[in-house]
Design a protein around this ligand. Structure first.
Ligand code: G1P
Length: 305
């Protein structure tokens, strides 16, 4: 099973981050010195995914500009022997294909995925939700692809969440536990009330799916009320004999869709970075209430926010 394509739904208005997101896409929020979406592309590239279908909307041009060539800047840096400042985006430019597809109406995640159907053949493909940044030794998508090959089915990344958070996520119903971290899924419930949640395993933004998902999205679109949910289509796909698995990915996940989540990501990532860490540690030690900062190296454990 080769997985070479990724759909990145990036059309959201970023209302949880207003007013920052009025003119700037939330996918362009900086994490250290790179925009968040660059981490997503680099995660894909490290798993040999080089075909990215980005679902965009109004005010999202900065994403395409970021991954395009910039001849004047390149010449300027070359003349000053500073080309390495653009090395990471140069690498992406040389090794990837981008397609941008507009989602003109906010009809939900399922609809965003459906818009890319013409670019996917009869193959397994990946989805990256750019609000979810996962820092791990083995890239999260590589972990999922390995399971998809082993089990010959679709795989969703999950993590355990507390009962009061289940209503913020798609929650997985378990058919069978295969290993401590791997489950066969029976069904999915999008943002359930805590008393209706089938487990505490929440979907986080990485998926490897069969192209059968497009038939399911089409089939459920007739009776979807308002937004077309990807979780409903995945549940439907299981009725069409596609096996779906949930895998607790190894890594630290940040939800950068809110200012607090983004701040945690910036601080957490800086403290793991050899260049930034000494500066930030010194800064934290110098402020009056260092205990108010949540950093604690023992917290950086597997399967944890
Ligand atoms: C989406 C999905 C949800 C998933 C979540 C992960 O929801 O619909 O199933 O758990 O992403 O971040 P959103 O956060 O876009 O409302």
């Amino acid at each position: 099973m080769d997985v070479t394509k990724a759909i990145i739904p990036a059309a959201g208005l970023g209302t949880r981050f207003l007013p920052y997101t009025k003119a700037i896409p939330k996918e362009m929020l900086p994490l250290l010195n790179k925009p968040a979406i660059q981490y997503i592309i680099e995660e894909g590239l490290s798993a040999e995914i080089n075909n990215f279908l980005v679902i965009t909307g109004k005010n999202k041009d900065a994403i395409a500009n970021h991954f395009d060539a910039h001849p004047e800047l390149e010449t300027f840096l070359k003349e000053r022997n500073k080309s390495e400042l653009m090395a990471s985006t140069e690498k992406i430019l040389r090794s990837t294909y981008f397609t941008y597809i507009r989602q003109s109406e906010p009809l939900g995640l399922g609809h965003a995925i459906w818009l890319a159907r013409h670019a996917i053949g009869k193959e397994y493909f990946s989805i990256f939700l750019p609000d979810d940044i996962i820092i791990s030794k083995v890239p999260a998508i590589t972990q999922l692809i390995k399971i998809a090959r082993q089990e010959k089915g679709s795989v969703i990344a999950v993590q355990e969440v507390s009962p009061d958070s289940v209503s913020s996520y798609g929650i997985v119903g378990i058919k069978k536990q295969i290993t401590p971290n791997l489950f066969q899924v029976s069904h999915l419930v999008e943002k359930p009330h805590p008393k209706d949640a089938p487990s505490n395993l929440a979907i986080i933004g990485r998926y490897v799916l069969s192209s059968k998902i497009f038939t399911s999205l089409q089939d459920i679109s007739g009776y979807a009320m308002g937004e077309l949910q990807l979780t409903d289509a995945i549940s439907h796909m299981m009725k069409n004999n596609e096996k779906v698995f949930a895998f607790k990915v190894q890594g630290v996940r940040y939800d950068i869709g809110t200012p607090i989540g983004w701040m945690k990501a910036v601080i957490g990532m800086a403290l793991q970075d050899p260049y930034y860490a000494p500066h930030i540690k010194k800064f934290i030690a110098s402020i009056d209430t260092p205990e108010s900062f949540l950093y604690n190296s023992s917290k950086n454990i597997e399967h944890q926010l």
